[in-house]
Design a protein around this ligand. Sequence first.
Ligand SMILES: Nc1nc2c(ncn2[C@@H]2O[C@H](COP(=O)(O)OP(=O)(O)O)[C@@H](O)[C@H]2O)c(=O)[nH]1
Ligand SMILES: [Mg+2]
Length: 328
Amino acid sequence: MISIESLLSGIEQNHMPFLAHALTIIESSKPEHFEFQSRLLSQMKKASKLSKKIAFSGPPGAGKSTLITEFALRLVNNDRNAKIAIITIDPSSKFTKGALLGDKTRMSRLMNIPNIFIRPCSSSGNLGGISDKTMEMISVFEFANYDYIITETVGVGQSEISAYFISDLFILTLIPNSGDWIQAMKKGVLEVFDLIVMNKSDLDPDGCGKSSKELLSSLELKDNLDSDLVKKRIFCCSSITGSGIDELISATEYCLSNEEMIQRKKVEKSKNFEVFFEEKLTSLYLSRIKNVEKNRKQFDLSIQNILDNKWSLNEGLEFLMGNATLNL
Ligand SMILES: Nc1nc2c(ncn2[C@@H]2O[C@H](COP(=O)(O)OP(=O)(O)O)[C@@H](O)[C@H]2O)c(=O)[nH]1
Ligand SMILES: [Mg+2]
């Protein structure tokens, strides 16, 4: 296997195959990669740049991939040198590997732009809206000096906490009359979004305006920002005609550099950290249990003893916690 030093140096010199290789290793669930992954991530963290991390969530079909395409094209137009990474998490990839490229195909207009790197990602081991490796993939792109790292989440609607944690700015994409989807969200989840896009305004301009007003009146705005642009919070956009997207980008840049918003997010994240930590810990623990053979055997033994009524559920869990090899 390639050495960590060579891999890091290849990425620093902007060699795409090295970047792709690092992402593949990070995504691996093979136990022989665990130690390498940990060392690689800790080396990267030491030399990471602070990228702007933006996550787009929303129901399937709302137009997230199309919106991200238009958004990224404009970022590149504004700054030819901007490096943009896009991580797409396709819900259907859970069932058919073939659909993994679904979002990437939607983004075909971005394919030949040298500074844009699109990485589809399986949603297996799903943490609220992202995959269990999305956060680590973001670290790789940060080390690789990407200016923007955009994640398209699965849009699970209920728990979005992980997608919220991995981003500096969280954007919800809706279409007019998405009331049912909003209703399905857990209480308070709507509040974790910084900006909301009411997309497909070309199809239904009046519906977009009406839905935006209704939504805005139900939102409890957390801060008192002086920018009229951001006061709106909700943007009627069309990813097809491009209307409203420049406004969205200005609001995005404003939020990402506004000290009040940055501080508010920090406080908010520290309050919610336990929930995120729980999701991450559970997924890490399960991956070590499922993928390390010795642990897997103890897991099976534990289940068997519970099912045979020899052990209580607690005994089974304590046995696993005491015996599983979690250290690398
Ligand atoms: N008319 C119109 N269609 C759109 C718009 N945005 C996306 N679409 C279409 O909606 C469908 C779903 O878009 P997609 O980006 O794949 O949605 P996603 O599942 O949220 O990623 C596609 O057929 C898009 O062409 C828009 O602003 N206006
Ligand atoms: Mg999509």
